[in-house]
Design a protein around this ligand. Structure first.
Ligand code: NAI
Length: 342
């Protein structure tokens, strides 16, 4: 049976806690993974390394797949984001965030089942900011035809492979006529040329957000540029119980890095109360990715076992504090492990 070498970046804040819990669940589910631990973020700085060490990037390039905990980015100054740097350096252009209602997690809506596809490499995240003159600053929003077409093509192909029915693009092309206009033109072209069978819709983002919180069931897949994707991901997380239950993947043509949507949650770090589920779910996405790309049934089996176990744990009322329960990080992981079958 092949064993896959996977890079593990525990990250900052709650990262090491949720990463340890996730690792334990995968080991108990007999996932054929051998972890290779590397640093990024504050934990790398503390060891005298740069925030995004070349050795970490090299390891991901070599292994092809990584599981990553959140990395802290200082607000309003300090070093630039490790997460953005990683996505850009490895050209992980497609962020995929499935958002679904979880058993045993009551929320305002039932049956939410959305997939968010976020362009991960440009837009306002280009990080080109200047002070033009005192009191006048600017931030440049970059959009290229190549990246807009690439993400649109990726989203439609994903929709076809996963048998999704509709893609909605959220945009602000009424105001940002050139940049968001290009994003829309590329999406329309991909749709018309190659994927006319997938339903296609465009909504100005402010109205789209209102419709989302009124009735998320009208959406199936969302396609967004970088910043909109970031904000709308958290909004959608709020529809299904919060950031503790939304996993994610950053996918490029050569590498893939799996990480939860949530950040390092400094307010609860070190207390043993963080919900590890979003990272466990990200690890399940990673196992399915390995199964798809390396044709490995053992990964698929482990992914299925873990998913069934956490669904059962939630249905049995096992919950961390963010979901209204009382369990800690480790005891929730134990509850999942207790329900692994087969
Ligand atoms: P955050 O996602 O860390 O926290 C927002 C709120 O959700 C907090 O109240 C936190 O306690 C709660 N929360 C988040 N994850 C949770 C979990 N697993 N279990 C229980 N509660 C959870 O967002 P915030 O506070 O905006 O950012 C904190 C730091 O994380 C910043 O430095 C930010 O740059 C970084 N960040 C990193 C990301 C990444 O590495 N991919 C993504 C988002 C933020």
């Amino acid at each position: 049976m092949p064993v896959h070498q996977v890079v593990l970046i525990a990250g900052d804040g709650i990262g090491p806690e949720v990463a340890a819990a996730t690792r334990r669940v995968l080991e108990k589910a007999d996932a054929p993974i051998q972890w290779e631990e590397h640093r990024a973020g504050l934990s790398a700085l503390e060891k005298g390394m740069t925030v995004l060490p070349e050795s970490t990037l090299d390891a991901i390039i070599q292994r092809g797949v990584a599981l990553k905990g959140p990395c802290t980015t200082p607000v309003g100054g300090g070093f630039t984001s490790v997460n953005v740097g990683l996505r850009k350096r490895l050209n992980l252009y497609a962020a995929v965030r499935p958002v679904r209602s979880m058993p045993g997690v009551p929320t305002r809506f039932e049956g939410v089942d959305l997939v968010i596809i976020r362009e991960n490499t440009e837009g306002l995240y280009s990080g080109v900011e200047n002070e033009l003159t005192q009191g006048v600053v600017m931030s440049m929003k970059v959009a290229t035809e190549a990246a807009c077409s690439r993400i649109a093509h990726w989203a439609f192909r994903y929709a076809t492979q996963r048998k999704r029915r509709k893609i909605t693009v959220f945009h602000k092309a009424n105001i940002m006529k050139i940049t968001d206009g290009l994003f829309l033109r590329c999406a329309r072209r991909e749709h018309q040329r190659d994927y006319p069978n997938i339903e296609y819709e465009e909504l100005i983002i402010d109205a789209g957000c209102m419709k989302m919180v009124q009735n998320p069931g009208q959406f199936d897949m969302l396609l967004l540029e970088n910043l909109y994707g970031d904000v709308v991901s958290d909004l959608c997380a709020g529809l299904v119980g919060g950031l503790g239950v939304v996993p994610g993947a950053n996918i490029g043509d050569q590498q893939a890095v799996f990480e939860a949507v949530h950040g390092s949650a400094p307010d609860i770090a070190g207390k043993g109360v963080a919900n590890p589920l979003a990272l466990i779910m990200s690890a399940v996405m990673m196992l399915n990715h390995l199964a798809d790309t390396r044709d490995d049934n053992a990964c698929r089996a482990a992914a299925g076992k873990i998913k069934a176990a956490y669904d059962q744990a939630l249905a049995d009322g096992c919950k961390t504090r963010d979901l209204g329960g009382e369990m800690g990080t480790e005891s929730f992981a134990d509850a999942v492990i207790d329900r692994l079958k087969g």
